[in-house]
Each structure stands twice: as structure tokens, then as C-alpha cells.
Write a protein that binds this ligand. Structure first.
Ligand code: UGA
Length: 442
């Protein structure tokens, strides 16, 4: 099928590449000329495992093309996806100006029946607004609006897109639905058909539920710390119940990234506006903030004075396998430690360059390896659970540090092993070493 994607950012580009990979003819549009020029040269602006390979392959085969022209995009596609940013306003509500702008811009270019698909994360009722806008600017145009929320995770976007748990299609027209089913046929995944409003709501409700799971386990981790129980064991025990599931029960420094904080705030704002306040989600946010504060408190208590302490931080990206440092809890942690006078040397396998460009980038040292980051450090903090940190040479790390103290904000390491190696180890909600089960036993 001929598919157009308007907005070639994280979601737009990876979705376009995956559609091309399954055989569709895809045209990706973006108004950022520099980005399109880079993409035309085969230069992929983001790090995402497997993405570069499929972009290059499908550009070479002619299945994936790029343009800055919205008109060309609309006219060449039977199905036109909107994948532009929906950033937050100051009050947490969603800024829909880019969606509205695209709706206006595509209107004059509609020259035959089009399915206009909203892939961006938007508040419920946005589809109706998009349809209303297109009708206002192109009263005679023939089109249907569909909501098709995206559930990909950064760091595994390509594999999530190629093997989705489900595909949600919110459509109020059979004609549009039939075309959407054809788009997704090659993925051989379960398709859930809903009305447009429900599809839009599914996205915010799903992300909020996942964030709720994280805050839930983080709140339990605080109880573990107060009682000597071990959160890893507790999470296993809870998660083994199929009705609950183990996923998203990893205690840590809290959730970050460009989706959860924004989407939970948006869902709270949407519910408030609708007169159906969702106070449970306000508590989810509060626990997320407290989790980082509790962690910093423990570091403060151990180090006594933070001023001039040399602290190594492993991890700056908001999660492993991405170079994305936007709304990263690791960055927030570093900012707070620097504000208290600590001297930070940080390392991240992919996120270092992006971190350098943040205001905090000039106030910390960025090391070029995990090993060099810990030289003469008085404490090591693990802020992102990159697998390579777990397999570091901890004999060498111990030798290199001034004091063998580890704060593991992602429970990546085995407390017993660390103790055997001579480290003082502090995880999140972990039992004292003498009671702690080793990772191998768990
Ligand atoms: C999230 C959702 O998982 C996707 O389904 C959704 O499509 C996406 O948002 C979006 O709305 O675009 P993403 O933000 O890429 O994906 O990353 P996640 O893997 O969900 O992680 C989010 C945050 O939660 C990270 O900071 C991570 O460290 C944290 N997390 C995750 C935990 O603290 N504990 C866990 O058990 C899982």
C-alpha cells in the first residue's frame, strides 16, 4: 500500500521504516529540512537498535522515501499517518498546536479519498477535532479520521513494531477500517477495533497503568527498606501471579523519559477538565518524585557531606539501549547532586553526546568508559541499567575507587557478590546482604 507518515521523529521514522520493511511504499514527511537532508544521505538522527539497517535497506529498494512537502505526501498516500509531537503545556495538559497545524496543512492537498490516521498520543476527542478542522478548510474533501495509538518502547522500537502485542484501530467508518486492516495484515498481530474515542483513551490509560505499576513497586520498596524485606523477591512473588505479571515491577529510581511523565500529567489534566478527577494518578506522580528523593537522602546520609565528593555515575539515558536523555531520572539525579556541590564523572554508552548538550553537560565530566569514570571516586551510582555495567570488571573498579561504595539505583548488581568483592552496596529496597538472596538463586 502507499503510506505517508507526517512527522519523521522517533515514532514516525520507526513506523515508516517498519511499514516499508513489510512491503508497503512509504513516504516520510518532515518540515525540518536538515533532518530530511540527513535521512536522504542515510544518516539516521536517532539511536535505535536495528533501525539504521532497515532504513538503509528500504531506501535502497525504493520502499522508503523522504520529503519536506506535505502536499506531495498527502497526494501520494492512500493512508496518511500523523506522527508529530504533542508536547506538554505548563499545566500538564497537551499542546495540540502541531496536530492542528498538520490538519490544516493536509486539507488543501486531499485530492482523493484518504484515511487520516492519528498516531501521536493525543487526548480523547482529538480525532473529532481533526475531522472538524479538515472539513472546515476543505469542505468537499473525501476522508475519514482514524485513531491508531502506538505502543512501541524506545530501545526496542523496531522489535515492538514488528511484533506488537496488539494493534488498536479506532475507526468510525468501515471503508477506513478495511484499509487499516490491509496496512497491518503483514504484521499478523491481533487487531482490536474500537471507536475513535476509545482508541485515544486506551493510549493514555495504558501508559498510566504501567506508570502505576512502577510507582506501586517503588512504594513497596520503601516498606522493604524499613523492614529488611527484599523487593526483588517480593516482585517475583507478586509477578508470578498471572493476573498481575512480572513486567514493569522493577523497583528503581522511578520512571522518566519523554512519554510517562508527560502522559500521566496529561491524563490527570484531561480527567480534571472533564470533571472526573483521577487522584490515584496524582499519587503515582508523588511516589515517583519521592523515590528519587529517598535515594538521594541515603547517599547524603552515607557520604555525610556531598560538597566536593567525587561521585561516579553510570548511566545518563532514561533507560538502556537508547541515547535519549530527555526527562531522564539519571540526569535529574546528577543535577541534584551537582547542586549540592558533588563532583560528578558520568559515563553512558549511548547518551553521553546528548547529555553534553544539556545545561548540566558543562557542569560534569563525561568519561569515555565505565572504568575511567570510577577512578578515585568516593562512590559509584548506577542510574541506568545498561547490561554492560553488570558485567564490568569489579575487581578493577574496586582498585580504582577511593572508597568502595556502590549505590545501585536500578538493582542491577548482586548484593552478595558485591559484598564478597569488598564493596559496601546499597540497592533499592534490598534486604541486608546477610539475608539477601543472590541473583543466581532468584
Ligand atoms: C513507554 C511505553 O512502555 C510504551 O508502550 C509507549 O508506546 C511509550 O511509552 C510511548 O508512549 O511512546 P518508553 O517511554 O519508551 O515506553 O519506555 P519504558 O520501557 O516504558 O520505560 C519508561 C520508564 O519507566 C523508564 O524510565 C524506565 O526506567 C522506567 N521503568 C520501566 C521502571 O522504573 N521500572 C520498570 O519495571 C519498567
Amino acid at each position: 500500500m502507499k503510506i505517508t507518515i507526517i512527522g519523521s521523529g522517533y515514532v514516525g521514522l520507526t513506523t515508516g521504516a517498519c511499514f516499508a520493511e513489510v512491503g508497503h511504499e512509504v513516504l516520510c514527511v518532515d518540515n525540518n529540512e536538515e533532518k530530511i537532508a540527513r535521512l536522504l544521505k542515510g544518516d539516521i538522527p536517532i539511536y535505535e537498535p536495528g533501525l539504521e539497517e532497515i532504513v538503509l535497506k528500504n531506501v535502497a529498494s525504493g520502499n522508503l522515501r523522504f520529503t519536506t512537502s506535505t502536499e506531495e505526501g498527502v497526494q501520494s498516500g492512500e493512508v496518511v499517518f500523523i506522527a508529530v509531537p504533542t508536547p506538554p503545556n505548563e499545566d500538564g495538559s497537551v499542546d495540540l498546536r502541531f496536530i492542528e497545524k498538520v490538519a490544516r496543512e493536509i486539507s488543501p492537498a486531499i485530492d482523493s479519498y484518504k484515511v487520516i490516521v492519528d498516531k501521536s498520543t493525543v487526548p480523547v476527542n482529538t480525532g473529532e477535532k481533526v475531522a472538524e478542522t479538515i472539513k472546515r478548510y476543505a469542505p468537499d474533501s473525501d476522508f475519514d479520521v482514524v485513531s491508531n495509538p502506538e505502543f512501541l518502547r524506545e530501545g526496542c522500537a523496531v522489535s515492538d513494531l514488528m511484533n506488537p502485542d496488539r494493534i488498536v484501530i479506532g475507526a468510525n467508518s468501515d471503508r477506513a477500517l478495511a484499509l487499516m486492516k490491509k496496512v497491518y495484515e503483514p504484521f499478523m498481530a491481533p487487531i482490536l477495533v474500537t471507536d475513535i474515542n476509545s482508541a485515544e483513551l486506551i493510549k493514555h490509560a495504558a501508559n498510566s497503568f504501567l506508570a502505576l505499576k512502577i510507582s506501586y513497586i517503588n512504594a513497596v520498596s520503601a516498606v522493604c527498606e524499613a523492614t529488611g524485606a527484599d523487593i526483588e523477591m517480593v516482585a517475583e512473588g507478586i509477578g508470578a501471579d498471572k493476573r498481575i505479571g512480572r513486567a514493569f515491577l522493577n523497583a528503581g529510581l522511578g520512571y522518566g523519559g519523554s512519554c510517562f511523565p508527560k502522559d500521566i500529567a496529561a491524563f490527570i489534566a484531561i480527567s480534571d477538565q472533564l470533571g472526573t478527577p483521577f487522584d490515584l494518578l496524582k499519587e503515582v506522580e508523588r511516589i515517583n518524585v519521592t523515590q528519587l528523593e529517598r535515594f538521594i537522602d541515603r547517599i547524603r546520609k552515607k557520604l555525610w557531606v556531598l560538597q566536593d565528593k567525587k561521585i561516579a555515575v553510570w548511566g545518563l539515558a532514561f533507560k538502556p539501549d537508547t541515547d535519549d536523555v530527555r526527562c531522564s531520572v539519571a540526569i535529574e539525579l546528577v543535577e541534584k547532586l551537582v547542586a549540592e556541590g558533588a563532583q560528578i564523572t558520568a559515563y553512558d554508552p549511548q547518551g553521553a553526546e546528548n547529555a553534553k548538550n544539556l545545561p548540566i553537560g558543562s557542569k560534569i565530566k563525561i568519561a569515555d568508559s565505565a572504568e575511567t569514570a570510577v577512578k578515585d571516586a568516593e562512590a559509584l551510582i548506577i542510574a541506568t541499567e545498561w547490561p554492560e555495567f553488570a558485567s564490568a570488571d569489579f575487581f578493577a573498579v574496586h582498585k580504582s575507587m577511593l572508597a568502595p561504595l556502590i549505590f545501585d539505583g536500578r538493582n542491577l548488581l548482586d548484593p552478595r557478590k558485591m559484598a564478597q568483592l569488598g564493596f559496601e552496596y546499597h540497592g533499592i529496597g534490598r534486604a541486608p546482604v546477610e539475608n539477601a538472596p543472590s541473583t543466581e538463586n532468584s
